[in-house]
Ligand binder design. Sequence first.
Ligand code: DAH
Length: 354
Amino acid sequence: MTTIQHGLSREIDTVRREALDHLDTLRSASDATLWEGAFLGPKGQVTSLLRGLGTLPAEERPIAGRAAQQLRDELAAAFAPLRDRLETEALGLRLASEAVDVSLPGRKPTIGAAHPISTMIDELVEIFALLGFQAVFGPEVETARYNFDLLNIPAEHPARDVWDTIHVQTDGEEIVLRTHTSPMQARTMERIQPPVRVIVPGVSFRFEAQDASHEWQFTQLEGLAVDRNITMADLKGTLQEMARQLFGPERRIRFRCDYFPFVEPGVEFAVDCAICKGRGCRVCKHTGWLEMGGAGMVHPHVLRGVGYDPDEVCGFAFGLGIDRLAMMKYGVDDLRAFANNDIRFLRDFARAIG
Ligand code: DAH
């Protein structure tokens, strides 16, 4: 054996000892990866031993080569089962830490509830459907033509002042936030021929100071029926049926003269108080009646404005405040609660009406 070979075999022994000693200390999969890099990897000690063979004289290479190969095989054979065991252990640990405990109780999702005004609208739509009325919806940003002109409220008419209008545009075409749902009367009649029976639930807007019973944004329900031979009795019967469906079978309706430019004759209507049965209480302010809205027989000017012939057809119209109805029906005493979007109010309300 030459000195060089001798040196190499010593080096092989040193690497073997070092590698095997180290192998005993491996405790985890990442230890194993480090060990593999240090000894068997491309930059490992065994690999550099094998590379060093090239510097040996040709006749010595085979023996030295065999010894180095043998070392590599020996270390690889000792390492493989240990690495497998450590990797299996690591996998077991990971699976245990990521395990889902299917026996834990689930998280309860928060379920929303319908807004009281939506509930009221749904109820009204259902009641009027049974009376033959179809629900239609219109734009909240309106032209003055539909909001006023076609409702027999010309620009210079003093009645235009009754509505505290919020204007969107005053130059050129006058555009407003609709001050009532009545514009849909004209829009509907322009689109279809009699018989007409529609209701229009929707938000309306007025420039108004807010308090417990006034809001600048409120919800109305418009009603319109046009046909041959429609009378005030049809109007009264329709509103009475609505009141009975909402507040109980004994409810009565009261009409009193009022003025709205788009109806003639015009009335305001009230329902007798369901709480005190008309005797007088706090809710009806001791009058026995709860004001609901305005109504009347559609003015011939309105019919003519949309191309109907007032000698052939006639009709009734009504408009009521849905917020007011919801306050009565659900015992809410501040109108502002409906638009505030206070989640506590909405949650309590949803719980109350189940
Ligand atoms: N649009 C009226 C308002 O908001 C309410 C109203 C009165 C509607 C009489 C009607 C009606 O259809 O006939 O004050």
